[in-house]
Design a binder for this molecule. Structure first.
Ligand code: ADP
Ligand code: MG
Length: 472
């Protein structure tokens, strides 16, 4: 019955609205023409009452017939109501001529006038704005964020979002990339810029872990609804390291509703993650599909010139005395993490302050060499084979066999690619060690991997993960 109603409703409203407001509804039972549907939140119930009640009642009359009634069961009820099972009963029939069906809310507990506690700007206009600390660090501005090819898209999307929060195609803005490449910095920069341009907007930066803790605490204190209402008041919500929600179903469900509410009301969401949406594990499909609505923008490791500029920026800002060859040495040896790049400078500074000495090239070199995890020449083809097999979950024998299965061919090619780039072994010795192939096969493999890397972001990301494994 419900799916028939859905068909009716689906035909009448935009697809996105349907997905947001009707897909999450679970039909519970139909008894004596009373259909009970489960909605995730009190707000959901309210929104449907407010926006869609005529449509829903038409659908009910169409499918069930005159005299149809609808009952809601609210999963997350208001803390103030006596029992989460309490549901308003609404009578939709039989007279199709009722001017305003909303007046037929029977249960007084839920009449809107008596529920001023629902601080929901969408439903009750004119409510006082939240006054909250947005949790922003004033250092993390756009001005302090050095632009390079590695971050151009992410940076300009972030700026666009900060200028017109909620009004660009980037909603959610999904920033992803490895650790230390500036996700937190950019997320914060958006918050700072929005606050500068629109002081009246409510901005909140929160890590996914803190969000989770707050949620769990609110459940423990029976105030999950307050938690949800609080988040639904925010104009620009920045959640850092969203991958941390993996496997946390309760938090994911709540975030799902907050996401829908904010998105639906034109509020801006900014999410950061160490992986693109397609590669996130332990995340509900319906959340993932929303992550893909906006723009996933990646942050790559900076190239040499960008690394230099980041270093010089910091040196200028902190008034550090340091020679140019040392800066070059740092920039050429610390290649894939801006945090470590800055870390090297800070270590040097600390050391020279402690010892009251100048930073000499030798001291700098020893600090940097200690920070760089492992010099490449130490890596062997055998180690690479191990790590690649680990990563793909393939038995080493298979990789050495003649198998032409797709994933095995790919693993083999990746192992060849890293062997060529990370070791001093010749093409023919690499071929000999990996499946007994000749040097032309190895060369071909390297080209194939390079091509795929350039056209396929997901694959590129995998390569980066394998590289990290190998370097460990
Ligand atoms: P992530 O959140 O991706 O792990 P962060 O945003 O914490 O990385 O960045 C690590 C450090 O590097 C921070 O101090 C940040 O200011 C700095 N940083 C990263 N990218 C840049 C950049 N493009 N320009 C200037 N500083 C940067
Ligand atoms: Mg971070």
């Amino acid at each position: 019955v419900w799916s028939e109603c859905l068909n009716y409703i689906q035909a009448a409203i935009p697809k996105n609205d349907f997905r947001t407001w009707f897909e999450p509804i679970v039909p519970l039972k139909l008894e004596n023409k009373v259909l009970t549907i489960q909605v995730p939140t009190y707000y959901f119930y309210e929104f449907i009452e407010e926006q869609y009640i005529k449509l829903v009642s038409r659908a009910l009359r169409e499918v069930i017939g005159a005299g149809a009634k609808l009952e809601y069961s609210v999963v997350m009820d208001q803390p103030t109501s006596p029992s989460p099972a309490a549901v308003p009963r609404i009578n939709y029939g039989p007279a199709p001529s009722h001017p305003d069906l909303r007046n037929r809310v029977v249960d007084k507990k839920y009449s809107r006038e008596e529920q001023p506690k629902i601080r929901n700007p969408f439903v009750i206009p004119g409510v006082k704005k939240l006054d909250i600390d947005p949790q922003l660090n004033s250092e993390y501005t756009f001005e302090n964020f050095v632009e390079g090819d590695c971050n151009r898209l992410a940076r300009s999307a972030s700026e666009a979002v900060a200028k017109n929060p909620g009004k660009t195609a980037f909603n959610p803005l999904f920033l992803y990339g490895n650790s230390g490449l500036g996700k937190t910095h950019l997320g914060q920069a958006i918050g700072i810029e929005v606050k500068k341009r629109y002081p009246e907007k409510t901005v909140l930066y929160v890590s996914a872990n803190k969000f989770t803790t707050q949620y769990t605490d609110s459940v423990a204190h029976n105030s999950a609804n307050d938690f949800m209402h609080f988040y639904q008041m925010i104009d620009v919500l920045i959640i850092d390291d969203i991958q941390e929600l993996a496997g946390k179903e309760g938090t994911q469900n709540t975030f799902f509703h907050i996401f829908n509410h904010l998105h639906q009301s034109g509020k801006q969401l900014v999410l950061t993650s160490d992986k693109p949406p397609v590669a996130l594990k332990g995340m509900k499909e319906r959340l993932l599909s929303r992550f893909k609505w906006g723009l996933p923008a990646d942050l790559q490791a900076p190239d040499f010139d960008t690394r230099l500029e980041i270093l010089w920026n910091k040196i200028r800002k902190d008034g550090i005395q340091i020679s140019e060859d040392i800066v070059h040495y740092i920039a050429s040896h610390i290649t894939d993490n801006v945090r470590e790049l800055e870390g090297a400078l800070i270590s040097l500074l600390a050391m020279s302050t402690l010892n009251k000495t100048e930073i000499t090239f030798d001291v700098a070199k020893s600090v940097v060499d200690r920070l760089v995890s492992k010099p490449q020449k130490d890596i062997t083809v055998e180690q690479i084979l191990d790590k690649v097999c680990d990563y793909y979950g393939i038995k080493p024998e298979l990789l050495q066999s003649r198998s032409r299965k797709r994933e095995i061919v790919q693993a083999r090619q990746v192992a060849m690619y890293f062997s060529k780039n990370f070791t001093n072994s010749s093409l023919s010795s690499i071929g000999a060690l990996i499946g007994g192939r000749d040097h032309a096969t190895v060369l071909h493999a390297c080209k194939a991997v390079k091509n795929l890397k350039e056209t396929n972001t997901e694959f590129k990301h995998q390569l980066k993960e394998i590289e990290n494994l190998i370097r460990k």
